[in-house]
Design a protein. Sequence first.
Length: 198
Amino acid sequence: MNEAVIIGDDGLARCSWSANDPEYRRYHDEEWGHEQRDSRALYEKMCLEGFQAGLSWITILRRRPAFREVFLGFDPERVAALTETDVERLLQDARIIRHRGKIEATIGNARAALALDGSLSELMWSFAPDSATSARPTAWADVPAVTAESTALSKELRRNGFRFVGPTTMYALMQATGMVDDHFEGCFRATETNRTER
């Protein structure tokens, strides 16, 4: 067992980042790295990853129910209709991250998603690397913050009017939505692949 994996009190080996908080554990076990191709869910994840910038992910997870409430279930059509009055109201809501730029980006990104020629899912997944040819990470040093694919996805999203979609944020989204599988070797969630050893 390596330092990137820890055995929980339930006897399961998990990526060590998920070990010390019940919500992190649930997120790791049930969501993180699961393939997600639903455009609405990907829009939500994009927005939440944007709000996370500069903060810990657990902060966002704990506030996710409030985010979902105030951003109308992250339905792009409904969010796109929000106005400056709504922005001012959201800036007063202590249940979410009160950052004007991120709130405005969430609304603007809904409009950008609706303006795409195809679906948001098609656009995002077109940048997913072939994970079967990459080695599973065995240590923290094996996990990049940015990749060529996340940089290219960021550039394309920005070209289409999206904001708070930098390369690091997009790599975190790729990890979370199964576009890449960064569960550490030894984690019970590590999938069976034909990856080579590092």
